[in-house]
Design a protein around this ligand. Structure first.
Ligand code: HEM
Length: 398
């Protein structure tokens, strides 16, 4: 058996992380990577507890391994705060980003997705990522935030750049650092010209929010804008292409979805569990703790490996490693758990459902060209940069 090495930046891992995850769960449930200096927790119960116990596993030192210790330089994001400070910001933004607001977006999301599909259906081929699943979540989050149409392609490019990593390397490449600087510069400029009450979208509403009786600082406003645009775009765009690639590999289950679209919400849930676009979150220990006989020390890094926990047969039974849209798992950790549970979960689920409904209604016989497909390589985000498909051309009715 080769030595067990878990390096989240290794391109070879991205091909099939689940082989390594299984070994982590079985052989080293508390795994130490001496080169990159982090612990990894991989069993469902440990990851779940890690998300729950924010007093011991803090987010305040960064939630991406490569960003640890570099929090607060360019912006202050609530995802990198612990309660009680986090709770104040979370309550604040939950007041304006409500479930009702999300529910009211369904027709608009369908129009956006349909627009991208209209542009490809007659061709009989497309790069699904470049032409459909890449652009549409940026349009959706831009409607939420109030970002003008003409700026969205550039923002999407920068949001993608931010996530890029080199093979095996923890250091953020120049393209990622430049992408982040460009996003911050964009929003710094945008905020200068925003008019509360006049301009549509959340950004204008952020300007009016008060925490502890004061308005948000520039770093806090930049934090909300960058967090929403990256979290809202990256994970969702990857999720929909992951779903199509998985369903292409499971033609029987795809057939069932086409015949009965009411199965689609459950299929979205299974995609999230089985191959989530977010593979891990980073935490920092606030005290020494012991798990499975290992002592982990205060100040050390811990990865809560969502992708491994969601395949744990201790939680999901002997079929945990199978993709099954009929599974109906009671819970999974795709959106985290506890204080930082994904604020956009309802929006992401709706975007996934609407996109899969429209794709399977309009181009149901797609075939993924695996020779030309290209993976997206990042630290904790899993997906495709390019997913070429062919299908029977559909022409609009005349
Ligand atoms: C498939 C899509 C998505 C996945 C897999 C995902 C995953 C996650 C996860 C795992 C967390 C927890 C982070 C932690 O505990 O440190 C999180 C937090 C968050 N997500 Fe998502 N997310 C998705 C879509 C979205 C969308 C569409 C939005 C847009 C509004 C969004 C906004 C956020 C925000 C603002 C947080 C931080 C919440 C807080 O700190 O309280 N996410 N997401």
């Amino acid at each position: 058996m080769p030595e067990l090495v878990y390096n989240p930046y290794a391109f070879s891992l991205h091909e099939d992380p689940y082989v390594v995850y299984r070994r982590l769960r079985d052989e080293a449930p508390v795994y130490w990577n001496p080169e990159l200096e982090f612990w990894a927790l991989s069993r469902f119960d440990d990851v779940h507890e890690g998300f729950r116990d924010h007093a011991t596993l803090s987010s305040a030192n960064g939630v991406a391994l490569e960003n640890r210790g570099r929090v607060g330089d360019q912006f202050r994001q609530m995802i990198e705060m612990d309660p009680p400070e986090h709770s104040a910001f979370r309550q604040l933004v939950s007041r304006v980003f409500t479930g009702r607001r999300v529910a009211e977006m369904e027709a608009q999301i369908r129009t956006i997705v349909s627009g991208y599909l209209d542009a490809v259906t007659a061709k009989g081929e497309a790069d699904l990522v470049a032409e459909v699943t890449g652009p549409f979540p940026m349009d959706v989050i831009s409607v939420v935030l109030g970002i003008p149409e003409g700026d969205r392609a550039e923002l999407r490019r920068h949001a993608d750049e931010v996530m890029v990593r080199d093979d095996g390397k923890i250091e953020m490449p120049k393209v990622a650092l430049d992408g982040m600087l460009a996003l911050v510069a964009y929003f710094a400029e945008d905020l200068r010209g925003r008019r509360p009450h006049v301009d549509p979208g959340l950004i204008s509403e952020f300007l009016e929010l008060k925490v502890d009786g004061r308005s948000l600082t520039k770093l806090e406003l930049l934090g909300f804008c960058t967090l929403f645009v990256i979290a809202g775009h990256e994970t969702t765009t990857k999720m929909v292409a992951n779903a199509v690639e998985l369903l292409d590999r499971h033609p029987d289950q795809r057939r069932q979805l086409i015949d009965d679209p009411t199965l689609i919400p459950a299929a979205v849930e299974e995609v999230l569990r089985f191959h989530n676009s977010t593979q891990y979150m980073h935490r920092t220990l606030t005290r020494d703790i012991e798990r499975h006989g290992q002592i982990m020390r205060e100040g050390q890094s811990v990865l809560l490996v969502i992708g491994a926990a969601n395949h744990d047969e201790r939680e999901f039974g002997p079929t945990a490693e199978n993709f099954d849209i009929h599974r109906r798992a009671e819970r999974h950790l795709a959106f985290g758990y506890g204080a930082h549970f994904c604020l956009g979960a309802a929006l992401a689920r709706m975007e996934g459902r609407v996109a899969l409904e429209e794709i399977h209604r309009r181009i149901p016989d797609y075939v993924v060209d695996r020779d030309r497909a290209r993976r997206f390589h990042s630290g904790n985000v899993t997906g495709w940069t390019s997913l070429p498909i062919t299908f029977t051309p559909q022409y609009p009715a005349v």
